[in-house]
Structure formats: structure tokens, C-alpha cells
Design a protein around this ligand. Structure first.
Ligand SMILES: [Zn+2]
Length: 155
């Protein structure tokens, strides 16, 4: 796969993640969607379900990683990539390190609580390759977050 193909699939997987973020938004959750991809196949997909499950750890990334672990029947996700609409928090960034994810692709930065290159904490910086996708997707992610922030308030 050349870098152009790679970029194309990054965009298409990020679009899938965005669709999940919209689902979270519609369910009055903080709108974050995440997808785990292995060898061109989606093996985990989730959106935030903190309110639904009454579980502060039910972030989209955590749920998608758990699904992927079940599919590969291993806690190691060394040949998997995670696509998420927003920069992961400390908990999710830590989980990505633990599962040994190959690559993280996130849509928009989270200057307040991001831990993958955000302003204060950079857990992932030395562990895995962090890549921010095309600007238009970043903007789309920001739009979804902004809309949700208006309705949900600053949670
Ligand atoms: Zn998180």
C-alpha cells in the first residue's frame, strides 16, 4: 500500500469514527467515536457510553479496544490501528500503550485533557506513532464537539 492509499483509508476510517461520534451525540453522550482496524478490517467500533453504562471508563477507545481484544483473542493489539475523533485522554492513552497499538490516528486535539500530544500531558509521544489526519476531518470533529458542548454543557 502506498502512502496515497494509506491516506485514503485513514480518511475513510475517520469518517466511520465520525459517524459513531454523531451516534454518541444523538444519545446525549460526549461525541467521540473510535474504530480499531487490523489488516484492513474493522475489528472494534464504539462511541462514548458513559451515561448509558453509568461507567466513567466507558470511553469510545476503551470499548473499541475491548472488542478488538475479543476478536484477536489476545490483549496485544500490535498489528492494529486506532482511529478516534478526538485526542485520547490519560486513561485511553495509557490503555493504548498497554495493548501496544501500532498506530493512533485522531481527528482533533483536546487541549484540556488530551494525552497524545496535547498541551500538558504527552503519554504517547515516546511510545507510538501519533498522526493527525487531514485538516478537513479535524474541522469536522471540532464541529461535532462544539455542537455537543452547546447542548451538554461543559462536562
Ligand atoms: Zn478516554
Amino acid at each position: 500500500m502506498n502512502s496515497y492509499d494509506n491516506r485514503q483509508s485513514d480518511e475513510s476510517y475517520m469518517r466511520d469514527a465520525l459517524r459513531l461520534a454523531v451516534k454518541a451525540y444523538e444519545a446525549d453522550e460526549v461525541p467521540v467515536g473510535a474504530i480499531v482496524v487490523r489488516a484492513g478490517k474493522i475489528i472494534g467500533r464504539a462511541y462514548n457510553q458513559i451515561e448509558l453504562l453509568k461507567d466513567a471508563t466507558a470511553h469510545a477507545e476503551m470499548l473499541a479496544l475491548t472488542q478488538a481484544e475479543a476478536v484477536v483473542a489476545d490483549w496485544r493489539l500490535i498489528d492494529c490501528d486506532l482511529y478516534v475523533t478526538k485526542e485520547p485522554c490519560v486513561m485511553c492513552a495509557g490503555a493504548l500503550v498497554h495493548v501496544r497499538i501500532r498506530r493512533l490516528i485522531f481527528g482533533c486535539a483536546d487541549p484540556r485533557s488530551g494525552a497524545a500530544g496535547g498541551r500538558r500531558i504527552m503519554i504517547l509521544e515516546t511510545y507510538i506513532f501519533v498522526h493527525v489526519v487531514e485538516k478537513n476531518h479535524a474541522l469536522a470533529c471540532h464541529r461535532v464537539m462544539k455542537r455537543a458542548a452547546r447542548i451538554l454543557g461543559d462536562q
